[in-house]
Write a protein that binds this ligand. Structure first.
Ligand code: CUA
Length: 335
C-alpha cells in the first residue's frame, strides 16, 4: 500500500509562509495587543511571546519525536531509551515549560491590578450598543460623554466598569487586558498608557445583535491637553451658529430627541441615549460605526436601524429632507 509506505513530507510552501506573514502584518495598528502602548499591554505581550515560545519548543520536540518514529527501523529498541523518551518528553519537559509559564503569568497579575497611585477615575457603562463614559472634574461634578475616552499619558487610570442590562467586555487591546461589565456589579481595571496616540477599543464579549458595532476611540494625550479637553467637555453646549443650525436645534427639540439625549444648556435632558453636548467634537459616530461628518449624522438620524441592527434609537427617515440636513448641521456644530 503506497499510501502508508510513502515517506513523511513536511509541507513548507511559499504560500503558507506568505499567509503567515500577512496574518502577522495585521498585528500592528491602533487595535493590537501585539503593538503595546501601555504597561498592562506590554506585560501581556511579553507573556504572549514567552507562551508562544514555550508552545513552539513543545511543538518542535513532539514533531521531532514523531519524525523519528516514522524513520526508526522496525526492530526491537532499548527499553531504557523508550522510557526516557516517554517520561522525559511526555511528562518532565511539558511540566517544566508549563509550570514556568504559569508562575510567570501569576507573577504579572498583582502588577496589572495595582490600584496605587491612580491619577484619574473614569466610569464606563456598557449600553446596548454604545459606551456611556463619565469623568469627574476636580469639583466632583460629573461630565458625561459617549464612545470616546481620553487619557493623560504616563498616568495610572482606574476604570469603574458596569452595565445596566447585558454583559459586555471592555477592551483597549493597545493599552491592556479586557474586563467584563456585569449588571449589578462594578469591576475595576487599571491602565497606564505609555504613548500618545489614537487607539481603538471594542466590546470583547458577544452581547447582542450589534455586538460588533460598539467600538470607541481612545485618545492618549499630554496632561495639559487632556485637562483642557476635559474642561471643554464640562462646558455646556455651544449655541447654534447661523440659521441652518438654529433650524436643526428646533427640529431636534420638536421631534422629541431630548427625551433620550441630553444637550447640556438646552431643555434636552434625556438620560437613555448618549449625551450629545459635545457630539460634534467626537472622532466617530454611533460607537465607531460611522465617521463623524455632517453626512454621517444625517444618515444616522434617518436610517439608524439599517446601520445598526436592534439599535434602540428609532430611525427618523419620515422627516423632511431639509429637517434631517438641519439637524445634522446642528449636531455636528456641537463641538
Ligand atoms: Cu457589548 Cu459585545
Amino acid at each position: 500500500m503506497p499510501f502508508i509506505d510513502s515517506p513523511v513530507r513536511i509541507p513548507v510552501s511559499g504560500a503558507s509562509l506568505g499567509l503567515a506573514l500577512l496574518t502577522l502584518a495585521g498585528c500592528d495598528g491602533q487595535q493590537s495587543a501585539l503593538a503595546p502602548a501601555g504597561t498592562g499591554a506590554q506585560s501581556i505581550a511579553t507573556l504572549f511571546w514567552w507562551m508562544a515560545g514555550g508552545a513552539l519548543a513543545i511543538w518542535l520536540v513532539v514533531m521531532g519525536i514523531a519524525l523519528y518514529a516514522t524513520q526508526a527501523r522496525p526492530e526491537a529498541h532499548s527499553l531504557r531509551g523508550a522510557r526516557w523518551l516517554i517520561i522525559g518528553g511526555g511528562i518532565v519537559f511539558p511540566v517544566i515549560v508549563l509550570t514556568g509559564l504559569l508562575i510567570y503569568g501569576l507573577m504579572l497579575m498583582p502588577q496589572l491590578s495595582l490600584s496605587e497611585k491612580v491619577a484619574l477615575r473614569v466610569e464606563v457603562s456598557g449600553e446596548q450598543w454604545w459606551w456611556r463614559v463619565r469623568y469627574r472634574t476636580e469639583a466632583g461634578e460629573a461630565v458625561e460623554l459617549a464612545n470616546e475616552i481620553r487619557l493623560p499619558v504616563g498616568e495610572r487610570v482606574a476604570f469603574s466598569l458596569t452595565s445596566p442590562d447585558v454583559i459586555h467586555s471592555f477592551w483597549i487591546p493597545s493599552l491592556g487586558g479586557k474586563v467584563d461589565m456585569i449588571p449589578g456589579r462594578t469591576n475595576q481595571l487599571i491602565l497606564e498608557p505609555t504613548q500618545t496616540g489614537t487607539f481603538r477599543g471594542a466590546c470583547a464579549e458577544y452581547c447582542g445583535t450589534a455586538h460588533a458595532l460598539m467600538n470607541f476611540a481612545v485618545v492618549v494625550m499630554p496632561r495639559e491637553a487632556f485637562d483642557q479637553w476635559l474642561a471643554e467637555q464640562a462646558e455646556p453646549a455651544q449655541q447654534p451658529a447661523g440659521e441652518l443650525q438654529q433650524a436643526g436645534q428646533q427640529a431636534f427639540l420638536a421631534n422629541g430627541c431630548g427625551a433620550c439625549h441630553q444637550v447640556r444648556g438646552t431643555e434636552a435632558d434625556g438620560a437613555v441615549g448618549p449625551d450629545l453636548t459635545h457630539v460634534g467634537s467626537r472622532l466617530t459616530l454611533a460607537a465607531g460605526t460611522l465617521p463623524a461628518d455632517v453626512e454621517a449624522f444625517k444618515r444616522w438620524i434617518g436610517h439608524s436601524s439599517a446601520i445598526k441592527p436592534d439599535v434602540k434609537m428609532p430611525a427618523f427617515g419620515m422627516l423632511p429632507e431639509a429637517q434631517l440636513t438641519a439637524m445634522a448641521h446642528y449636531l455636528k456644530g456641537l463641538e
